[in-house]
Design a protein around this ligand. Structure first.
Ligand SMILES: C[C@H](O)[C@@H](O)CC(=O)C(=O)O
Ligand code: MG
Length: 457
């Protein structure tokens, strides 16, 4: 196990910041239900006695961030004073402890705000571990022996479909050729699709310009937001189909706008536009509803994609068991860190479902590239039908931003999970005292927080 020496690794500080970007001003990130999101995150920094740091975040929108920040603070006691090496040596045990505190469990368990907070903390720990090993996270994962990797997963609630022993065997079966696949990734990158062309708040002119831009950049897969008005969706999607031509791929995303029957009817109307997948057609909790939609849309060649709001590995298990998802969209900041995400990848592999991670949010592109790289090298061994979502937002705020060239994610090279913010970003966008927020309040662009907001309590 690549567990670092314990010396100086006692965690002496955990800081959490509310960081928000005013994306609603340009309609960036908008969809049927999140019509004016300000892309945000709860940003965690952990510091060890010897000064090593781990940076992690969970994505949120606007005011939701303050609630997550409070939840992170409520979990500090699980981290402070612990030695990071001890956490890594029994990572599954630590995971069970932080997700099952008897006084906190009632507000979960393993779902919602408290799980977002867990994700931010777990992400900072994986970042720290990779930095201590001087590797990007994906290499840390790829270089672990199957037993070591699997030892980080809590298998409670999923052993009916995947046991620890089976998981180890799946990884061992793929050991052959792993180094060749690593080389391939380093030389060729991993295919991306773009959502940037189709935010619901964008004008027709913007959509056209962006389609042209992303075609020039080499993209072959385009995702467009739908779900508010059928005629309008048909019109917009027809235009996008015209811009991208018949040989490129079109996906649509309803962000949970519909009931089950409505989703089926709506998508049958859009089907002539040749749609690869419908994403989040209905409630993210409706496993059987997704299975019904999947079945109804199969004859039209439309798959169902979901996962960005899937609460935990148990829900993923049921989506996979029921045939409710044909594209599994794990989110790096919603479920309990890499520990839980690995369980989902392993189950998806067993059910022969493609993982195409969700990345529409702050820092998500930065993280999911590591996960999908690991998947190709160590588990699925294929990129067939798989893509990483790419949204071109907030990358300039990161110390080690995602690099996409010719519609491919290039291999992250620096140690860590790529989510460290630049100091000037924190100075400007920490809410509500960052200099940019103060300017926007002064200029009346946004109202300052009122006394119902936690920032003022
Ligand atoms: C609110 C977010 O922008 C959401 O619309 C992202 C999303 O659904 C996606 O990227 O997919
Ligand atoms: Mg989506």
């Amino acid at each position: 196990m690549p567990v670092p020496d314990r010396t100086g690794l006692k965690i002496v500080d955990i800081d959490v910041k509310d960081v928000r970007f005013p994306t609603s001003l340009g309609g960036h990130g908008s969809d049927a239900l999140h019509t004016d999101p300000n892309y945000s995150c709860a940003y965690v920094t952990i510091t060890t006695e010897k000064g090593s740091k781990g940076y992690g975040l969970t994505f949120t929108c606007g005011r939701g961030t303050e609630v997550v920040v409070y939840n992170v603070r409520s979990l500090k006691k699980f981290i402070l004073g612990k030695n990071a090496a001890d956490i890594f040596a029994d990572f599954a045990g630590f995971w069970r402890a932080i997700t099952n505190d008897s006084q906190m469990r009632w507000i979960g368990p393993e779902k919602g705000v408290i799980h977002l907070a867990v994700a931010a903390i777990l992400n900072s720990l994986w970042d720290l571990w990779a930095r201590l090993e001087n590797k990007p996270v994906w290499r840390l994962l790829v270089d672990m022996e199957p037993e070591e990797l699997v030892s980080t997963i809590d298998f409670r609630y999923i052993t009916d479909v995947l046991t620890k022993e089976e998981a180890i065997q799946l990884l061992k079966d793929k050991n052959n050729g792993k180094q060749k696949r690593v080389k391939y990734l380093e030389e060729n990158g991993y295919p991306a699709y773009t959502t940037q062309v189709g935010w619901l708040g964008y004008s027709d002119e913007t959509v056209k310009e962006l389609c042209e831009k992303y075609i020039k950049l080499g993209f072959t897969h385009f995702k467009v937001k739908v779900g508010l008005n059928l005629e309008e969706d048909y019109r917009r999607c027809t235009q996008v189909r015209k811009y991208i031509g018949k040989d490129r791929f079109l996906m649509v995303d309803a962000n949970q706008a519909w009931s089950v029957n409505e989703a089926i009817d709506w998508m049958k109307k859009l089907a002539p536009l040749n749609i690869l997948w419908i994403e989040e057609p209905t409630s993210p909790d409706d496993v059987l509803g997704h299975a019904t939609i999947s079945q109804a849309l199969r004859p039209y060649g439309i798959g169902v994609a979901t996962g960005e709001m899937c609460a935990n590995r148990v829900m993923f298990k049921q989506f996979l068991q029921s045939g409710g998802m044909q594209y599994c969209q794990i989110d790096s900041a919603r479920i309990g860190g890499i520990n839980e995400i690995l369980a989902v990848y392993l189950m998806a592999y067993k059910f022969n479902v493609k993982v195409c991670p969700h990345a529409g949010g702050v820092g998500l592109c930065e993280m999911v590239q590591h996960l999908q790289y690991w998947d190709y090298a160590s588990l699925s061994g294929t990129m067939e039908g798989r893509l990483i979502e790419y949204v071109d937002q907030q990358h300039e705020h990161f110390y080690d931003p995602t690099l996409v060239e010719n519609a491919k994610y290039l291999a992250p090279k620096l140690p860590g999970y790529s989510t460290q913010f630049l100091p000037e970003t924190l100075e400007k966008y920490t809410y509500p005292n960052g200099s940019e927020w103060q300017r926007m309040f002064k200029e009346g662009i946004f109202p300052p927080p009122d006394d119902t907001e936690l920032a003022n309590i």
